[in-house]
Write a protein that binds this ligand. Sequence first.
Ligand SMILES: [Zn+2]
Length: 325
Amino acid sequence: MNQMSRLNSYGLMVDAHSDTISRSRELGLDFCLRQTSTHADLPRLLEAGMGVQVLALFAPPNMDKSVTLYKILSYLEYTWQCVDRDQRLRIVKTRDDLPSHHTDDEKLRAVIAVEGGDCLGGELWVLRLLFRLGVRLLTLTWSNRNQLADGIWEKDSKGGLTRFGREVIKEMEKLGMIIDVSHIAPAGFWDVAEVAVGPFIASHSNAQALCGHPRNLSDEQIRCIADAGGVIGVNFCGPHLTSVGQSSMDDVIAHVEHFWKVAGDDHVGLGTDYDGIDGTPIGLEDVTRIPELIGRLELRGHSGQRLEKFVGGNFLRVFRDTLPS
Ligand SMILES: [Zn+2]
């Protein structure tokens, strides 16, 4: 069996975070065409066997929230333009838009996400409008403080969820949006765990136990996400994988195996952060290398059932349970 057909036996592949849309738009590149200066694009995602890609729209923090919203809307419009021009790209709006099993239809399903609630400007109607425009996942904060909560840069301030942040979570659960806690400071993390009724995810995060970077999750946080039925997507960001030297595929494997040890098989997936990171691990230079990672995990003796959940099964479960019908 070749690598791709073997991968197909693991079902639909899901990556819970990439910044490829924002980056492509900023560089003036066409996401639908093969590129060399990004980590991913539509042809390479299909080549990698990706079934569902979360496309995160990210605008750097700005004091003027309308500037941030303006940027996010431009990325959103760019995404819909790609959908109009290329039949291979489909936007997931309802749980029925997710195929129930692996298909060879050569289509990429995309879940549109916004990274950082800054663009809401403290208004719930903006959240509802973004939902109408196709957004189905919100990373509550980036690393800065916003109107919802403090990001990880503010971890010493101990600022958790604001009143608005709590309203946003309630509204997201009502609409059927996926709650993402990557980047949030610990106080806000524990508030989300208390306020959220359903599962929540950390779309692109790693383990504190292996690398002390403040962006990484403590074992207590990892267990909490698992207890809530959520999933953690392993991030390929070099400085989050190791604090010494250049990162490699081995570091990614170490974080995945740590997550399995602490959270169990049902709560770990992929959250590459491609095009949102500067240094990629050796061996995972772009999205087409992911099958090699799966192959390495196989060689280490991990069961097919465990790998099926990791490759996409776990995120699919949360997406199906959360998205509207
Ligand atoms: Zn991020």
